[in-house]
Design a protein around this ligand. Structure first.
Ligand SMILES: Cc1cc2nc3c(=O)[nH]c(=O)nc-3n(C[C@H](O)[C@H](O)[C@H](O)COP(=O)(O)OP(=O)(O)OC[C@H]3O[C@@H](n4cnc5c(N)ncnc54)[C@H](O)[C@@H]3O)c2cc1C
Length: 182
């Protein structure tokens, strides 16, 4: 998706990629009144592209498309890359990995990015993550703490409508749930 800026109406900000990160950034900046250009390398999706209610016997290859094995040998290792949606994932032959060792990094090129296929598990990180170096001596602490992140977690959780169980685990701080699990 490409919107062209003009000298009369220049963009205040350009966001590259419409996934969870870029999509949210574009939403926040636009709502703050900025004129935002969003650059997306992947295909646009329309309602007809969401085919999860199609039966596998209605698919050309009964759910076992040879295109996945042929063009997406890495992406096809991901459980979510199926005949229903493999075109959302990068073509591995056109986008090869440069690592010599096997490397499995799942990449999508589609409007919305991996938010179209994520597993819907929504966790908060804790200071065991943000301040990991203080805990185990490796690497560097993040420049932000869990307490500083809480308002931002709450904002996203409220918008997305996260639900779940209050387990009280220190490593996975409880989210602001939209509604309780029954
Ligand atoms: C199968 C699966 C299940 C997952 N389940 C979970 C889960 O349950 N919980 C969880 O927290 N996380 C989960 N994740 C991870 C989560 O989905 C990602 O971390 C998150 O969506 C990444 O968002 P992002 O915006 O950083 O990247 P992406 O969503 O990958 O977005 C990147 C965007 O940039 C575009 N792009 C790339 N290059 C260019 C370019 N040069 N120019 C313009 N556009 C470009 C891409 O097309 C894409 O739209 C899962 C991931 C996968 C693949």
């Amino acid at each position: 998706m490409l919107q062209i800026s003009s000298p009369a109406q220049p963009f205040d900000a350009i966001v590259v990629g419409s996934g969870a990160t870029g999509g949210w950034a574009a939403k926040q900046l636009t709502e703050a009144g900025m004129r935002v250009g969003l650059l997306e390398a992947g295909q646009k999706v329309t309602r007809k592209d969401f085919t999860e209610h199609t039966q596998s016997w209605q698919l050309p290859f009964l759910g076992m498309s040879p295109h996945i094995r042929k063009d997406r040998p890495i992406q096809g290792l991901c459980y979510a890359c199926t005949e229903y949606n493999y075109k959302w994932f990068v073509n591995d032959t056109e986008n090869p990995y440069t690592q010599a060792k096997p490397y499995r990094w799942i990449r999508q090129r589609v409007l919305g990015g991996r938010s179209l296929s994520w597993g819907r598990q929504s966790y908060r990180m804790s200071d065991l993550d943000f301040k990991a170096a203080t805990h185990d001596g490796y690497g560097d602490d993040w420049p932000v703490s869990y307490a500083e992140m809480v308002p931002y977690y709450e904002q996203v959780e409220r918008y997305v409508g996260i639900s779940g169980e209050r387990l009280g685990l220190p490593q996975l701080p409880t989210a602001s749930f939209f509604r309780r699990w029954k």
